[in-house]
Design a binder for this molecule. Structure first.
Ligand code: MF3
Ligand code: CO
Ligand code: CO
Length: 284
């Protein structure tokens, strides 16, 4: 039996703790997630102009740090399980959790920037792909497929659907496009906890898994590879790369389950999210 807790009526101890039960949130939580999500999305909009040939990844980290500080927010990744940066920057064959270090972006690179800002205790977690200059067609195509895979997963969300429906939608779309889905990472419940249950797998069987109920809040964040699905961890114990060195792309939204579907908390105020920010914007 899957269990759920209505956190509006649960004892306060449930609030800020990871629980095995799935939390069901009310209107105040949705309001908190809207604010955190909007701030994270605004921050990711601001990253757009930094993504150009020669920018060291550390500059993106500095931008996120200052952006958070000047908006009364905290980057959730800073100090999280020993992680030392305000965001993750994953370039080309890096699947996720790349360090924003001194490495410089180069024309033709594609990069995922993943930011989680905490506002009044609520976590807005989102990531996007950015293109440096003009990447090869295959790279552009992969970014579009990763965005569409996330949207296919999100569109499966409504009360009464099952968790497996989300993963199935993502996996079958990726397979249709002859791409593979990374199996080693998944989305997660979110709210006043960064990574809460349930896990939101990016593959699955339709009609299986816990039922989606109004008030659930979680992320959808598939990682899609041009080549095989295999990943390996670098010696730093964080950076995940594709085994076959093929390109990898990812998008992430934080969403809530509403009475008749879903609400996306991390939409770009400048509509830069749609096809990867730098793809949607005309660039010189
Ligand atoms: N933001 C990532 C996610 O989508 C988690 C990054 S954890 C870190 O869940 F420590 F690597 F930053
Ligand atoms: Co996440
Ligand atoms: Co994230």
């Amino acid at each position: 039996m899957d269990s759920y807790i209505d956190i509006r009526t649960a004892p306060p101890a449930h609030k800020a703790r990871r629980t095995e039960s799935i939390k069901l949130y009310g209107p105040d939580a949705f309001e908190g997630m809207r604010r955190a999500g909007a701030l994270t999305a605004t921050c990711l909009d601001g990253v757009t102009d930094l993504v150009r040939d020669g920018t060291p990844l550390s500059e993106i980290n500095t931008f996120v740090l200052h952006f958070a500080a000047s908006h009364n927010a905290r980057p959730a990744t800073l100090g999280y399980k020993g992680y030392e940066y305000a965001c993750c920057t994953s370039v080309n064959h890096v699947v996720c959790h790349g360090f924003p270090n001194g490495k410089k972006l180069r024309n033709g690179d594609i990069v995922n920037v993943d930011v989680t800002l905490v506002v009044d205790g609520w976590h807005g977690d989102s990531s996007r792909m950015y293109a440096v200059g003009k990447p090869k067609r295959a790279a552009e195509r992969l970014m579009q497929i990763a965005h569409e895979a996330m949207m296919q997963g999100i569109q499966a969300v409504r009360p009464g659907a099952r968790l497996g429906d989300i993963g199935h939608a993502i996996q079958s779309y990726a397979a249709f496009e002859r791409c593979s889905v990374v199996r080693d990472f998944c989305g997660h419940g979110i709210g006043q906890v960064f990574h809460d249950s349930p896990n939101i797998l990016n593959f699955g069987k339709p009609g299986t898994g816990p039922e989606l109920r109004e008030g659930m809040i979680f992320t959808v964040e598939p990682m899609i590879n041009l080549g095989g699905s295999g990943v390996k961890m670098l010696a730093d114990d964080w950076t995940a790369v594709t085994r076959d060195k093929s390109l990898s792309a990812q998008f992430e939204h934080s969403i809530g389950v509403t009475a008749d579907g879903f609400e996306i908390f991390t939409l770009s105020p400048q509509a830069l999210h749609a096809h990867g920010s730098s793809l949607a914007v005309a660039r010189p």
